[in-house]
Design a protein around this ligand. Structure first.
Ligand SMILES: [Zn+2]
Ligand SMILES: [Zn+2]
Length: 262
């Protein structure tokens, strides 16, 4: 599978992705808001965009659908539960569905509610797995739950994302790495992995931002570090009522609450 990460340089700090079959040149566009840019990149590589996937229904992920469909006649794929809100969906997706691109690419649909109630993450069936995580999991962070449910986001993290192989490369819907690492270090000032990555993120941001793996995320992403004594001690300062040994779910919920106003 060929992966092209596209940085349109917009205010939302979106990442778009083209996932292509090296044998046929057929490509899937993930959340192509800046569809002209995606089309331009596809053409420069000799690829044909035949499918579009929306991870969820927010306009900063779906706003390029109609332009790209008009230009390419690509089929639109999205979570079955978000299809009526998105409109024009050709294939409604559920947990475990497989998306094929060309002859060689297989992507598994994970049903990961939380940021919204109907959110798809894509997991590639490749030797080194790749996760396209939309607004569920960011590099060093977690999506907000303003239009979803934080309890569901915790379930998506703990029951699904945390169990993927450490070698899995992470490709989220936005680039928020610097800000997210600053939150990690606010919670865990002595986290040396986060300190080192922050220095790198400051010199390579936006389209140059590093691609992390889930193994790295477990070191630098507060939302995977729910049993860290420092994270818990710092959290108790803000929320004394959580007690000395809060469970992972409570820690996650309170971290997300703090992050909302941080
Ligand atoms: Zn969103
Ligand atoms: Zn978004």
């Amino acid at each position: 599978m060929l992966i092209e990460r596209i940085w349109p340089g917009n205010d939302y700090r979106n990442f778009h992705y083209l996932l292509a079959c090296p044998e046929t040149g057929e490509a899937l566009a993930v959340d192509p808001l800046d569809w002209q840019r995606c089309l331009q990149v596809a053409r420069s590589k000799g690829w044909t965009i035949t499918q579009i996937l929306n991870t969820h229904e927010h306009l900063d992920h779906t706003g390029g659908n109609s332009g790209l469909i008009e230009a390419t006649r690509a089929r639109l794929l999205a979570h079955a539960g978000a299809a009526t809100r998105i409109g024009g969906v050709d294939r409604g997706l559920s947990k475990g569905d497989v998306i094929r691109v060309g002859r060689t690419v297989e992507l598994e649909c994970l049903d990961t509610p939380g940021h919204t109630l109907s959110h798809i993450c894509l997991l590639s069936h490749t030797e080194q797995p790749a996760l396209f995580s939309g607004d569920t999991l960011f590099n060093a962070g977690a999506g907000n739950c303003h239009s979803g449910k934080v309890e569901l986001l915790y379930e998506s993290f703990s029951a699904q994302l945390a169990r993927l192989p450490d070698t899995t490369r992470l490709f989220p819907g936005h680039e928020y790495l610097t800000r997210n690492l600053e939150f990690t270090l606010d919670r865990e000032p002595d986290n040396s992995a986060a300190q080192a990555l922050l220095a790198e993120a400051k010199s390579r941001n936006g389209g140059e931002a590093p691609v992390t793996t889930l193994g790295q995320e477990k070191q630098v992403n507060t939302f995977f570090r729910l049993s860290s004594p420092m994270v818990i001690a710092q959290l108790r300062a803000a929320f004394p009522q959580i007690g000395e040994q809060p469970d992972a779910r409570t820690v996650f919920l309170k971290l997300r609450e703090l992050r909302n106003s941080w």
